[in-house]
Design a binder for this molecule. Structure first.
Ligand code: SAH
Ligand code: SF4
Ligand code: F3S
Length: 471
């Protein structure tokens, strides 16, 4: 339901807050009355980026970040609806927070599940203070000031430009370039939760990346549900180059940025201009996340994915020719309605043939309101789990084999942080997105180092610093 409905105060969180402030005045006269907030994020990188922007808006309004949900006056859950389990997790957390909250705590749900379920969330969570959909999140500071319980789900023109602020400038930063998706894959709830495609102007994105570069960011990951559709319909092609490729080329030219990544593209978006870009743009990392979903043409058709397996493999081959050493990751869904053993075997075959280095493997989850809803969910959970396990095993073998080829080699690593355990231990990623833990005497975040790889596991590489790379 897309109505901006301001419900009457059902639990008066402002009243509770004022009461609390009064007590604070009495007991800690003169102490700061700044309210603190904590945002817990579920779902994809776009949600992470949105949470960061909402946090920046709240800090600009005088709120302070709390270290955890228990100590925060305001807890916001930024949610995901892509699978049932993602929604259940967030609902469980909201229940817990509401059950044990003191008189002052505000609890809100924002993002995809807020958009998907709207006011129906109140049936399970009647005490919820805020329900804020994907195009209204920039209004959260206003909603908090209004102090009323609010359910805001309206679509808003220009909302794709409203969440651009940030608090931190990490060595590797997410940059949102668009929102929404027009594809309508039959299993997917995202077009419902995120709406139609809306792209930010190239100049705004370039200005944001320039600013990041000036603050020390070395790597940017351009984000969107379907980045290869960036700007279609609003930005003209130039010299047969799509708006997305124009954007990549504009970012390649920014001093200080050393690496460019993007996620998620759609296989049908890999036309000649993008494939050529991988051969020409040095900063474009040799790692493509290319969601396959299924290796069976019959299932791809039922999923409304407009490509065949042979077309997909052709794209992979052309990218391998365009850039030596390029590697691939993917998304696979097992147990889509109608997927029989033959279809599953076709997925295994394609999985082997492409040789993915990484994959996100999902069991089909029926989503109400998607085109595939009418097909039901006929494949038993145990069978989905069996297919999932077969793929997990295959992926583990493949990842280990691919990681082992790096042992004894020197690789370039962008230092992203200290490791959780160990002195003088850091972590970073290679251009191919392989995670590396390494020992170094004094590494700085954002440095590009040469690391000699000594050993490998299924999930990471381990090594020692050899030398800094000339920056
Ligand atoms: N826009 C991205 C990804 C969107 S969601 C893309 O097109 O690649 C991330 C992944 O979740 C999808 O690629 C798909 O593999 C998985 N997914 C989406 N809906 C699902 C569902 N109903 N059940 C199981 N997995 C799903
Ligand atoms: Fe969902 Fe398909 Fe759009 Fe990806 S491309 S967000 S899977 S509808
Ligand atoms: Fe989930 Fe929404 Fe992202 S449904 S995958 S959080 S766009």
């Amino acid at each position: 339901m897309n109505t901006n409905d301001i419900r009457p105060v059902i639990n008066g969180f402002l009243a509770r807050h004022e009461e609390q402030c009064l007590q604070e005045r009495e007991t800690h006269f003169g102490a700061s009355l700044q309210r603190s907030f904590y945002i817990k994020t579920y779902g994809c990188q776009m949600n992470e980026r949105d949470s960061e922007s909402v946090a920046a808006l709240l800090v600009a309004r005088g709120y302070v970040r709390a270290g955890n949900e228990d100590s925060a006056d305001i807890v916001l859950l930024n949610t995901c609806s892509v699978r049932e389990v993602a929604e259940q997790k967030a609902i469980g957390k909201a229940c817990l927070l509401l059950n044990r909250r003191g008189s002052n705590k505000v609890v809100g749900i924002m993002g995809c599940m807020a958009q998907n379920r709207g006011e129906a969330l109140l049936e399970t969570l009647p005490d919820l203070d805020l329900i804020v959909g994907t195009q209204q999140m920039h209004r959260i500071p206003d909603f908090l000031e209004q102090g009323e319980s609010i359910c805001a789900l309206e679509e808003e023109v220009d909302s794709q430009n409203a969440l651009a602020g940030r608090l931190d400038t990490p060595p590797s930063a997410f940059v949102s370039i668009m929102q929404g998706c027009n594809m309508g894959c039959s299993y997917c709830i995202v077009p419902k939760t995120r709406g139609r495609e809306l792209s930010r102007p190239i100049t705004d994105i370039v200005a944001e990346v320039q600013q990041l570069a000036q603050s020390g960011t070395k790597e940017v990951t351009l984000l969107g549900q379907i980045v290869t559709s960036y700007g279609l319909g609003s930005i003209a092609f130039q010299n047969k180059q799509s708006p997305f490729v124009q954007l990549l080329r504009a970012i390649e030219a920014i001093d200080g940025i050393k690496r460019i990544r993007f996620t998620s593209p759609h296989p049908s978006g890999f036309r000649a201009d993008l494939i050529e870009a991988f051969g020409e743009l040095n900063k474009l990392c040799p790692n493509v996340h290319l969601p396959l979903q299924s290796g069976s043409d019959k299932i791809l058709k039922a999923m409304k994915r407009p490509y065949t397996v042979s077309k997909y493999r052709d794209i992979v081959d052309r990218l391998k020719t365009s850039r030596t050493g390029i590697c691939f990751s993917t998304d696979i869904i097992v147990g889509f309605p109608g997927e029989n053993e033959e279809d599953f075997q076709a997925t295994l075959e394609t999985f082997d043939a492409v040789g993915f280095d990484m994959a996100y493997l999902f069991k089909y989850s029926l989503r109400t309101g998607t085109p595939a809803e009418v097909l039901g969910d006929p494949i038993p959970e145990e069978e989905k789990e069996r297919r999932n396990q077969v793929l997990i095993e295959k992926l583990a073998q493949r990842s280990l084999a691919s990681h082992r080829t790096c042992v004894g080699q020197s690789v370039e690593v962008l230092v992203e942080g200290p490791a959780k355990r160990g002195n003088n231990r850091y972590w970073g990623r290679t251009p191919e997105f392989k995670k590396v833990f390494f020992d170094a005497s004094n590494a700085d975040l954002g440095q590009l180092l040469t690391i000699e790889i000594e050993s490998a596991t299924t999930t990471c590489l381990l090594g020692q610093q050899v030398s800094p790379i000339k920056q």
